[in-house]
Design a protein around this ligand. Structure first.
Ligand code: C5P
Length: 396
């Protein structure tokens, strides 16, 4: 994917052991079409070498304020001109202190002070250093100055301690940087989503479910978060990682999903119902394991409540979005559901186009008609759906 096509990123590396992870981050950025200019502090060169980054980025790596290779000898000014962002990863406690006080005594700190682009920092340090009041003060100052903090994470540290101060993993930093550049179309909004299948128990080990992977719902949760919304994701049983910054609640059955939705609903501005909720559940779940007996077995099923229809009928209903996965007659069925459940927007797709895979081809149905979106990876489809939702929320 070419998330960073046309963007130049200045990747600053300061002297921490997490610097080895930044090599992987540089590779991910280059793979996503970014032009990456790496700047190492002198301390960083004790942990990683310029040759590694030169090879990964195919661009010169700078370490020295007095480097004669920079055009006009003004690397501290020129590097941030036209850059989409500067990301410092890892950012040591010492470097955060320098940034907070506007010190500029080496190339990286000088170009941060002389920057004309956003600055993001990924702190990495020992737990005590992170928790010490000078660092707390500096971090507050950096946030006040409009600098974005990515992490730190919490966990095992190189010094043998466990706690906050770990640099985020390279994939996490990559995801955060992608999110940073998404337009904040849902800033200040609160979004509740459902995703995945439900599992309707027959006995302690068996149940009825479906092959929904949850990928579309998880991609939408991620896209809503990237767009600046506070997101709660209620998920049926799926084996997917929770998107960063999203609050996840796991459920199994449709009844549990309904209960979680109704509990979390107050104060939500949007409800996006992506889950493939089972239409029916066994009339009775056996306490003990069902035994075979050589005879034909009949299952009594009762219909589950329609969570989306119930939510959209509430007097203070949020803006509700439904999904319709159909095997045929997409337009007719999807528009039928939209009208029946009184929804402003339904996202329809043919089962053969989306189920389980990483890409999807959807059509949006609203009062204005049908809007087909180009077939694309689910995260791109999700971002396009978010853009459409945002355009509907703006009073015309
Ligand atoms: O009627 P159908 O199940 O095809 O409608 C699909 C839409 O309704 C989806 O948005 C799905 O999440 C939602 N739904 C629900 N509760 C059900 C069944 C479907 O919220 N019991």
């Amino acid at each position: 994917m070419a998330e960073f096509s046309g963007k130049r990123i200045v990747l600053g590396i300061t002297g921490g052991v997490a610097a080895y992870k930044t090599a992987e981050l540089a590779r991910l950025l280059v793979k996503a079409d970014a032009a990456v200019d790496v700047v190492l502090t002198e301390a960083a060169t004790q942990f990683v070498g310029p040759a590694t980054f030169q090879a990964l980025t195919s661009r010169p790596v700078l370490t020295d304020l007095w480097d004669a290779r920079a055009p006009g000898g003004m690397a501290h000014i020129d590097l941030s001109r036209g850059a989409a962002a500067i990301l410092i990863a890892p950012a040591t406690a010492d470097f955060l202190a320098k940034l907070a006080h506007g010190q500029a005594d080496d190339l990286l700190s000088t170009l941060c002070l002389a920057r004309a682009c956003p600055l993001l920092v990924a702190p990495a340090m020992n737990r005590q250093m992170w928790e010490q009041s000078p660092t707390r003060r500096n971090v507050r100052q950096l946030i006040d100055d409009g600098i974005s903090l990515l992490g730190p994470g919490s966990g095992d540290q190189a010094c043998g301690e466990v706690g906050p101060g770990r640099m985020l993993e390279s994939e996490e930093l990559f995801e955060e940087l992608v999110a940073f550049f998404q337009p904040k179309l849902l800033a200040g909004k609160r979004v509740l989503l459902t995703a995945g299948p439900t599992f309707e128990a027959l006995d302690p080990v068996r149940g009825l479910t479906n092959s929904s992977s949850g990928k579309m719902g998880f991609s939408l949760a991620r896209a809503c978060h990237e767009a600046g919304a506070a997101v709660i994701l209620i998920s049926g049983p799926v084996a997917l990682p929770t998107p960063r910054g999203v609050t996840r609640i796991n459920v199994e059955s449709a009844a549990q999903m309904r209960e979680a939705v109704l509990r979390e609903l107050p104060g939500q501005g949007l409800f996006i119902s992506v889950a493939a909720v089972a239409d029916y559940r066994p009339a009775k779940a056996e306490v003990g394991k069902i035994k075979k007996n050589g005879k034909v077995m009949a299952l009594d099923l009762v219909q589950n409540p329609d969570i989306l229809a119930e939510v959209s009928a509430l007097p203070e209903a949020p803006f509700c979005i439904g999904f319709a996965a159909e095997s045929q007659n997409l337009a007719e069925y999807a528009e039928g559901k939209r009208l029946a459940k009184k929804l402003p927007l339904v996202v329809g797709n043919l089962l053969q186009d989306g189920l389980g895979g990483d890409a999807n081809s959807v059509t949006l149905f609203d009062d204005q008609g049908a809007h087909p979106l180009p077939s694309a990876p689910k995260i791109d489809v999700a971002r396009a759906i978010v853009a459409h939702i945002a355009s509907m929320l703006i009073p015309r």
